[in-house]
Design a protein. Structure first.
Length: 178
């Protein structure tokens, strides 16, 4: 898998990975919205009413699934992709719930919208779709709650937690002193 690094790969970034028997199957990145992130620095015009910036809101970027894992072992109602994708998505919501994250923002192509809805996600567009490099894109805000996690698990046929933590970890949500 090629390595891609950008200005948001900092010590503030949190990486969630799907690993099976030592093999990297997929992953994603979360960034606190109180720090510089893709929506705030590159695409703020996608959120004309303001970019969400609170300690309990994180931005979701960089989802990937290894090519040989795409579309395999799908759940009965899988909206998109296979088990590795389901594990990454469930891991995002499990982590967010455990850490007190109430919402996740993201920038993405519009073709994701029906997939989000099919998975039972609570999604709010932050603006109107805009064409970026030939693709219709938008900024979204996703609610993080037990229902969304349960819907995602059901969509991919995943039972129980997919999240395993290794080593000491500071809390993800850093409450700001005012």
């Amino acid at each position: 898998m090629p390595l891609e690094i950008d200005q948001f790969d900092t010590l503030d970034a949190i990486y969630l990975l799907s690993i099976d028997k030592g093999k990297l199957l997929g992953g994603s990145r979360l960034i606190p919205s109180t720090r510089p992130h893709l929506l705030s620095e590159v695409f703020p015009y996608l959120a004309p009413r303001g970019v969400p910036r609170r300690p309990d809101v994180f931005e979701w970027t960089r989802i990937f699934v290894a090519k040989d894992c795409r579309g395999r072992e799908t759940g009965s109602d899988s909206a998109a992709g296979g088990r590795a994708l389901g594990e990454v998505l469930c891991g995002i919501f499990e982590f967010a719930l455990e850490e007190g994250i109430s919402a996740i923002s993201a920038v993405g192509e519009m073709w994701w919208t029906p997939r989000f809805l099919e998975m039972g996600w609570k999604v709010q567009p932050l603006g109107l779709p805009t064409r970026i490099e030939g693709e219709w894109c938008n900024a979204f805000l996703f609610t993080v709650d037990d229902e969304v996690l349960a819907n995602t698990r059901q969509c991919f046929g995943i039972e129980g937690s997919v999240l395993t933590r290794r080593g000491p970890q500071p809390p993800a949500v850093q409450h700001l002193d005012t």
